[in-house]
Structures are given as structure tokens and as C-alpha cells.
Design a protein around this ligand. Sequence first.
Ligand SMILES: Cc1ncc(C[n+]2csc(CCOP(=O)(O)OP(=O)(O)O)c2C)c(N)n1
Length: 652
Amino acid sequence: MRRDWRLKVNNKNTVILEKTTMAQFPIDLGAYRRVSLAAGNPTLSPDQKAALKANIQLCRDAIVFFTATGAARGVGGHTGGPYDTVPEVMILDALFRGSNGFVPIFFDEAGHRVATQYLMSVLNGDMPAEKLMLYREAHSHLPGHPELGFTPGVKFSSGRLGHMWPYVNGVAMANPGKTVFCLGSDGSQQEGDDAEAARLSVAQGLNVKLLIDDNDVTIAGHPSHYLKGCSTAQTLRGHGVTVFEGDGEDLDGLYERIIQAINTEGPVAVINHRKMCPGIPGIEGSNHGHDVISVKHAIEYLEARGYTDAIELLKSASPAKQNYTFKGSSDKWDANRNVFGDACVSVLGKMSEADRIAKVRVIDSDLEGSCGLKKIHDAHPEVFIASGIMERGNFSAAAGFGMEKGKQGIFGTFSAFLEMNISEITMARLNHSNVLSHYSHSGIDDMADNTCHFGLNNLFADNGLDDAYPTNLYFPADPNQMRACVESVFHDEGLRFIFSTRSKVPLILDENGNERFGGDYKFVSGKDEVIREGTQGYIVAFGEALYRALDAVERLKEEGIDIGLINKPTLNAIDEDMLAKVGKSPLVLVVESFNRKTGLGSRYGTWLLERGFTPKFAHLGTHQEGCGGLWEQFPHQGLDPVGIIAKVKSMR
Ligand SMILES: Cc1ncc(C[n+]2csc(CCOP(=O)(O)OP(=O)(O)O)c2C)c(N)n1
């Protein structure tokens, strides 16, 4: 047993410090063998090979176990990627020990393989092994992607695919005479940035060695199915990169190729073919191996390996639950990211098949299951294109399809990656394109993936001039409003961006307990909506901040503080009547989970002042790095009802 302190959120949604006793890590990482290898020798001795094999097995067992605790605790995670690349990491660790001719960092393009970084941090003595059992938990400092300066022993930040190789090129320039490794994947290699990085590394003869796990698996399926004709090896050869291909599970061959790469001048890609999750029954070769392993599969695996204590720990773990009742909304919750897909299916169902084929194209970037596009894929495969992890090119393709009047391109991905699309959005606007975009995973809610996956800068999508072709940004507050919004704007012209969260949201209720956006509610683009009247001021909110603000408003009213609530589902349109109503009240507080620097609050104050309104004004938004975990992100940023109530009181 080990005594420790940890931060927890109690049922009043307040962060508290709690003393805990943690079970011992049930796999003996003390058995890890400190192997040292020299690049001068292309073959492994029998001893070296046996030690590496033992390390590979030990580390794969540990990864299966501690990532599965994420499944058991309901915070998700990724098992297959880090499990796959263990042989490469073991060889690198031994090479780093054997010479100082390397930059000794396991740079990884696929940040979801963060389990590798946490495990190596423990093996290097930077963290106790027990910490691994808090993988992705709120306040544990073990978020879903590596964050420099946040977790002991973690030496870089990663998480957006295709962003690391270009960066590592610069690391190589800054470290002349050293070899820099970058772990890659067939998924991250689909990003356009990697093509640019390849050209630069070849032109400059950079000493970058890529170790690419080519397991033919990404989230939505198999690249060999959805990107027919694409070969990672051929692509890199085309750029002039030296390529050594082989079986990633053949240890001698893998070692030989890595040594060959070190001893070859300039950029080299060592491409390692293997099935996803080799040796894990039930998920080997499947794209389900990309996500966190299920507790059931982990137990089967650990049983075969004789780890009874680990199994007991997995069985005793349970998901943390949010025990807070939000006033003013119903106990029915749904995921708006899926409702978007259902709502599109309903609109498409009213068109003839010939019309759909002529007028609509939906382009996915490997996230169809996460951002609701799969609903359209299943119902109308005739208009669906399953594409690769290529958000920039895919957005532009959707925009090109929607260039002609009457045609619509539909695009979807996470809001974090909207930051990658800004330039393409500008060109789509200048080409008068019609694109309906769904950026899910907005804000911070339920984001164990943490800061690199926060969708904070969504208002960047409205980056045109005042007289530009129409651009509208929508963030429906609940499933009823999402359906009504899609129904209303689907056939509109211009660029339309609809946002939703990873988390579910409850149905918003009116004062009488009826569904506020149910019945014959019609969504009107550009119109703000009164959710509660108030005589002492207003909170302005939208999306998943609305039900939290509603709870705060209800509780403030109970205390005799009569604050009203306005929903602003069209984020970038000024509703003059509502602005005047709000502006004439004594107090205005904008509450949102977008970036405090770039969100609605950063514009709303200007709009008020320009019209001569001077209420007391404040603005709550995301302002600091995340804390991992799920709903805990809200109290962490002071955006939960407790934070909102305190802010209103401080303004009076
Ligand atoms: C820029 C960007 N787009 C999309 C994602 C979401 N995403 C995370 S992992 C992944 C698939 C990755 O496939 P691969 O890198 O081959 O990893 P493996 O399935 O082998 O674990 C996707 C699409 C992301 N993290 N970054």
C-alpha cells in the first residue's frame, strides 16, 4: 500500500484534497532490464535479445493493465498504439543508454500513445508506478496526451496528428551531430504537414529517423480500405526519404533496420508492419484495438499471463460519477454530436436519392463515429466519403463540392482541429462555397484528452470581413435545439458551422417544466432567446454552458437574486433587440467554455459599448490548461454553477 494525496471533485462540484491509500502496482516493473546497445553492432547477442524480449513482454503487460484501469474508471484511453510500438521503444531506450549520439526523447507523432511516455517516466524513476493506475483521471496529471511541464518525466507535448515530425525537423537542426527519432504511425502520416516535413528533411539532409507503426488501423477503420492506393512507404520514397520496411514483430529484423537507419545519412523511415495489438485475443488486427482495451479483454489477457492481483484491481475499479442535480433542465440527456447526424439523416430523407447524389457530399476525416457523421454513412452511403486524417484537404473538397448554388458539402471533425482549417475556410468563403460543418468536442466538457483536444477557438471560423459571403456559427444548447437548428439551416447558402460537445447535455426546460425547445419550436438563425427573465441582470450563455448557467440562475433566484438567462445559439450574429434588453440591465455576465481570449465574451462587451450600453460586465471562459478527467474540467475552470454563482455575487 502507498499513501498519497489526490484532488477530487465532491458532490457539490467543489475540488477537494483527499488522502488515499493506493494499492501497489500489480506488475513488478523492477524486473525491467537496463539493456545497453551500440549502433556499431547490427545484430543482437542472445543475451541482449532475451533481455529485450522480456522487457517487451513486461511493458506490454503493464500497458494493457494500466490503460484498462482507464476503461474501468470510465475515462477511456488508448491501448493498441502504445502496445504496438513497445519493441521500438525498448530498442531506443537501450540505444539511448549506450551512447550520447542521440537526442534521448521518444518523440511521438501519435500523442494518443501517451501510455508509452508515462511508462518510460516510471521506468526512469520520475514517477512511482502506482501513479499509472490514475491514467487519465482528473487532477492526476496523466492526461490523454503528453503535455510538457505537466507530468513528471514527460519531455514534449503531442496529440494533434501530423504536428510532430515537422517539429522534430527543427529539433534535428538545433542538435547537429545527433540523431533524432520520431515515432510515427500510418494514421499521422496521412496529414499534409508530414508531406511538408518530408520535403524539408530531405532537402536539408536532416538526421531524423522515423519509426512508423504501419498497423493498417486508425479510428474509423483500415486505411487500406478507405484510402485505396495509398502506401506510406511509397509516399515517403516519392519524397526522397530512404525507407526500410519489415515486420515490426521480428525483433532481430527490427533492430537491424533501426541500426541501418542510424548508419544512413539523412532522413530515414523505418516502416514496421504488424497487426494492431499482436497477441491480444479478441482485438488483434481490429480497429477496436485503437481505443482503450475493454475490461473484459484485459482480464482475459491478464489471466493468461497469470496476473491475478491486476485482475482484482480492475474488477474493483468503478467509474466516478457526477452526483449533481442541475435545476431547470430535465433528467433526459443525449449526445448532440450524434443528434446532428440523425438530424441530417432526417433532412436527407426528404430528398430523392438522385437529388441527394447530385447535391450533397459528406466527407469524413476518420472521426465519423465520434462526430455523428456515421449516422449519415449508415443511412445514405451514396453521399458519404470515408476519407483519411486530412482535415485541411477534406474541408476544401467539401467546399469545392459546394461551390455551385444548390449544392452542399458536409464536413465534420473535432473543434480542436478547426484551428487547422482557418485558411481553407477563408478560401472557401472567397469561393462562395456552401459548406455545413459540424465541429464536435467543442469546449472542454468530458475531455480526458485534455488541452490539445480542447475546442476553444471556434469563433476563428468567422474570420471574414463585414461584407463577406455569409458565415454563421451555431451552438445548440440541447438535442431539441440541435434538431431544429439543422432542419432550419441545412439548405441555407454560405458557410455554416454547428458545434456540439463530447459530453451529453440535458433538455432545457421552461419555467413550467416543459421542454423549452420541444413541441412546435422553430429555430431562427440570428435570434437570441430568453430562457429566464431577470430584473437584476442577465447571464448570456450557449451550448453546454447554458444548462449550468440555468442551474446557477435558478439557485440565485432561490436566494432572492433575480438574474435572468439568455441563450445565444447563433454565436456571431448581433440580435439588436436582445442586446438592448440585456444592455439596459444592471449586470451582464457571459459564460462559455470557449477561450476567454477569443470567445463570445471578448466580443460581447464591445457590442454593448458600441451601442452606449454600460452595465457591469464580466466574462467567464476557459483560461488555463486542463485538469484531465471528464466533467471535472468545468469546476477546474470556474465554469460550473458554483463558479458562476460566485461570479454573479462578486459583481453586485
Ligand atoms: C489532427 C488530428 N486529427 C484527428 C485526430 C484524432 N485521432 C486520434 S488518433 C487517430 C487515428 C490514429 O491512427 P494511428 O495514428 O495509426 O494510431 P493507431 O490506430 O495505430 O493507434 C485520430 C483520427 C487527432 N488526434 N489529430
